[in-house]
Design a protein around this ligand. Structure first.
Ligand code: P6P
Length: 335
């Protein structure tokens, strides 16, 4: 029988005590805002076919993509739940062109929270898993006064990162830099309970995940790597799985190992995924669980961002597959 007192909030509190952090409760209070938002979004996702919130909203977001009704709803819920915490200074969302400064004074709002409110939402009408991805920073004490300089921090500076996956069950996976833990929502009591303590990505897997329809436009090293994954060489026997929702594809990679790839393509020469609120949080989780995450050229977490919505190629997975990728990147082209 699941221990119904092993809640997310208790885990955060105990983790802060373990880390002998001055337990101000501020961070716990901030995270409880994300938990509340994810519970509300989860309910709407589950009722989608009945709530009339399905389908397109008849609007285009800042990236020229059709907004789903639930994108707008999820974004609004997160802005409200985090905006009311009283300790968040700046919010940045995939759905908003510019960051939202809630309070100018750092002392009144020391945290920066970035999020993709409903990643994979184009799949929502066909009942495919979708997710919320979040990344939390502290506002820098010294900056040049611009909001951009407070927000554009490398992923290594993240205080915490995580996602909530709205799948066959609702699962919250997060890290504060001290390992990765997973919680499953118990709808009977409306609480996230610890279900996946101390998650570790397997050293090697048997699944690769990529949208192969773009393969002809992948960089040569990537095409050679893909060929190796399918060749059976080095007793590498892989299955291909691609859901088309980053959170779902990564969650499977975290649990089963293997590799997820979103390489540069002719349509997305810098990759499709966003650095600040997709790749960075995923990379922090991957590394905290023993995996590796790169852009093909450098560690995701070390990239110095220059725009809040910048895209980046993402290769993330188990050490074995990621080290093998590196050999293809370093191998000179056969002449
Ligand atoms: P493609 C969803 O739209 C998303 O942003 C990610 O969740 C997902 O990994 C990717 O795009 C899928 O992109 O080009 O394969 O449809």
């Amino acid at each position: 029988m699941q221990d119904q007192t092993a809640t997310f909030e208790r885990h955060i509190h105990e983790q802060q005590l373990d880390q002998r952090r001055q337990v101000s409760g501020e961070f716990t209070w901030l995270l409880s805002g994300i938990v509340l938002a994810c519970k509300i979004i989860s309910e709407e996702v589950r009722r989608l076919g009945l709530s009339g919130k399905s389908g397109g909203a008849g609007a285009i977001n800042v990236h020229g993509e059709e907004q789903q009704t639930l994108d707008i709803f999820s974004n609004k819920v997160l802005l409200e739940c985090l905006g009311s915490r009283g300790n968040v200074g700046i919010l940045a969302s995939e759905e908003n062109e510019a960051p939202i400064v809630l309070v100018e004074n750092r002392d009144d709002g020391e945290y920066v929270v970035m999020f993709d409110p409903l990643d994979g939402s184009s799949n929502i009408d066909v009942n495919v898993s979708v997710g919320t991805i979040f990344s939390i920073y502290r506002r820098p004490e010294n900056h040049n006064g611009s909001t951009a300089s407070e927000v554009l921090q490398p992923g290594t500076q993240q205080l915490a990162a995580g996602y909530c996956l709205y799948g066959s069950s609702t699962v919250m996976v997060y890290t504060t830099g001290n390992g990765v833990d997973g919680f499953t929502l118990d709808p009977t009591i409306g609480t996230f309970l610890l279900s996946h303590p101390d998650m570790k990505m397997p050293d090697r897997g048997s699944i690769y995940s990529v949208n192969e329809s773009y393969a002809d436009s992948f960089p040569p090293y990537c095409r050679r790597y893909l060929h190796w994954l399918k060749s059976g060489e080095d007793d590498a026997l892989y299955s291909s799985r691609y859901i088309g929702s980053l959170v779902a594809d990564f969650h499977r990679t975290l649990l089963k190992g293997g590799v997820f790839l979103y390489p540069p393509t002719s349509f997305y020469p810098d990759g499709k995924l966003r650095l600040m609120y997709e790749a960075n949080p995923i990379a922090m989780l991957a590394e905290q669980a023993g995996g590796i995450a790169t852009s093909g050229g450098e560690s995701i977490l070390s990239i110095k961002p220059n725009d809040i919505h910048q895209r980046v190629p993402l290769f993330v997975g188990s050490p074995f597959e990621m080290q093998r990728l590196q050999t293809f990147i370093q191998r000179p082209l056969k002449v």
